[in-house]
Design a protein. Sequence first.
Length: 139
Amino acid sequence: MFKESALKIIHESDVKEIQVPGRYLRWIADAHILQPQFLTSCVMRILPCETVKPAHAHPQGEELIYVISGEGKVYVDGEVEPLCPGTAVLFQKDSIHMVRNTGSSEMKVICFFAPPASLDTYEYHPEVSFPEGNETSGR
């Protein structure tokens, strides 16, 4: 008797990449890929000098991002902080946020959403701009 495998595995290069303003996304875990029950996840690439647009929030849950490579800055509810490889940021429910690549190479980030989210569940805030040179804090 053979048992069906519970293993769900995929490589990001096997997932179609989509372009949205300021970034490229590969949804590696969603209702179509891997089909997780309690979360979704995507790999995000941001080219040098690009900013994720528009600012947005997640009214139904949280997002956690983890920087794999590159450097930049993150905007969350009026505050700006630097990002580098190994940095994790939690965007709490309803927090308005965006990410900017300030480096000279591509920035790569993995994003986790709980409960599951998609671009259709984002709340957009086009009136919010990334601050230029007036960061509230820094390292």
